[in-house]
Design a protein around this ligand. Structure first.
Ligand code: PMP
Length: 351
């Protein structure tokens, strides 16, 4: 690498996203996308925006979207932040909301972007062990910290944490920012948004990439106390001027308008998850209880790398993490009933 730029860059260990294969005929169950398309109303709204207005900058604060989200969650617009996917929202959070010089607590098996952002923003990571059943024990977080972050449901395990537990964690941690990353909450978890008025240090992040099937549009959001949101706005405004482009704003607003599409598609995903879990168990897999749009499964006798490789040869891609304790697990995104059947068929020949 060049000696002309900061040596700091050489030290970074960047996040590696799941593979986005070029071949269209693969069954892609590796990055937790929604197998159903976005609401047709989203496509319509984006089409209607595709005209001469593209020469104009978008609204600097995406106000129309913030207003829609505020109505949807029954909070005020000052309690809403939006960004280019929740990864960007999280980047702003790591940039400015966690205290430096004190450990940031997060589960030892979790979204692998958290340690990456720690490296980028000079935050001290402190992974906290999960229980034997991969659950989060909130009492393990009652210790000195400069912030706490965890997904609910957790990723890549899919294991959810109840609202009473989260409230207990908040009661034990009133002096640092607690972030609940709800990327997958709409598939069976309980949102913590109802707690934001009682806990000014709570920030809840969500994404339109999963339950609203808009991973390609890049829209994420955060809800919290207005002071936390104002801090995020200061960070964002020091970094870029327009969080979302015109198409993303109108598309995201339309996504929140079509409740029926949202309910129908997530119900289908949840039903398929329950069915797939039972079928995998019949084939000798242990499957963690998932409240997300994926399952985390381990076969009783077959090696996970070989299974992933075998599935790939049948045109099916699932995710495997080469990490201690979970190296024998596969993370499988819930597909359409046809895709799930193709997965099972392939597994029958591979196992
Ligand atoms: N949080 C978690 C736990 C995730 O798994 C993901 C998706 N990789 C994200 C946040 C980011 O999603 P997006 O940037 O698409 O909103």
């Amino acid at each position: 690498m060049s000696r002309f730029w900061s040596p700091f860059v050489h030290e970074l260990v960047p996040y590696v996203p799941g593979e986005q294969p070029k071949l269209a005929n693969l069954v892609k169950l590796n990055t937790n996308e929604n197998p159903y398309g976005p609401s047709p109303k989203v496509i319509e709204a984006i089409r209607a925006e595709l005209d001469d207005r593209l020469r104009l900058y978008p609204a600097p604060n995406a106000d129309a979207l913030k207003q829609r989200i505020a109505e949807y969650y029954n909070v005020s617009t000052e309690q809403v932040f939006v960004g280019n996917g929740s990864d960007e929202v999280l980047a702003h959070v790591f940039h400015g909301l966690f205290q430096h010089g004190r450990p940031l607590l997060f589960p030892d098996i979790t979204y692998s972007f958290y340690p990456v952002y720690c490296g980028l923003y000079g935050i001290q990571p402190q992974p906290v062990a999960l229980g034997d059943d991969f659950s989060i024990n909130v009492d393990d977080y009652a210790r000195a910290n400069g912030g706490i972050i965890f997904p609910n449901p957790n990723a890549p395990t899919g294991v959810p944490l109840g609202l009473e537990e989260i409230e207990r964690l908040l009661q034990q941690n009133r002096d640092s920012v607690v972030v609940v990353d709800e990327a997958y909450v709409d598939f069976g978890g309980q949102t913590s948004i109802s707690l934001v008025d009682r806990y000014p240090n709570l920030l809840v992040t969500q994404t339109l990439s999963k339950s609203r099937s808009l991973a390609g549009l890049r829209v994420g959001l955060a809800v919290g106390h207005k002071d936390l949101i104002e801090a995020l706005e200061r960070i964002k405004n020091s970094f870029n001027s327009y969080p979302l482009d015109r198409l993303a704003i109108v598309g995201a607003v339309a996504a929140f308008e079509d409740q029926q599409w949202f309910d129908d598609t997530r119900r289908r995903v949840i039903d398929s998850r329950e069915q797939l879990t039972a079928q995998l168990e019949e084939m000798g897999f242990g499957v963690l209880p998932s409240a997300a749009n994926f399952v985390f499964a381990r076969h009783s006798s077959r090696d996970a790398v070989e299974l992933a490789q075998g599935l790939r040869e049948h045109g099916i891609i699932v995710r495997h993490f080469r990490l201690p304790r979970i190296e024998q697990y596969l993370r499988i995104t819930i597909g359409t009933p046809e895709q799930n059947e193709a997965l099972l068929q392939a597994l029958r020949t591979v196992i």
